[in-house]
Design a protein around this ligand. Sequence first.
Ligand SMILES: [Zn+2]
Length: 61
Amino acid sequence: MSEENKSDSKQYDTSIIYDYKEYPDIRSGRCDNCGHSHFKSRVKDYEFIRECRNCGMKKSI
Ligand SMILES: [Zn+2]
């Protein structure tokens, strides 16, 4: 019953890879999910995958 509208935390699924074209950075170089600016990056199937070091949200760029 105490479920409030959590306006601060967006619900991104960290188990999937978001497409940058569909989900461009809200703030450039920052994680959309938690706002951190430190990422791990790797290349998979000729796509550049950027993963947030804090929350693990992934985006293909
Ligand atoms: Zn993050």
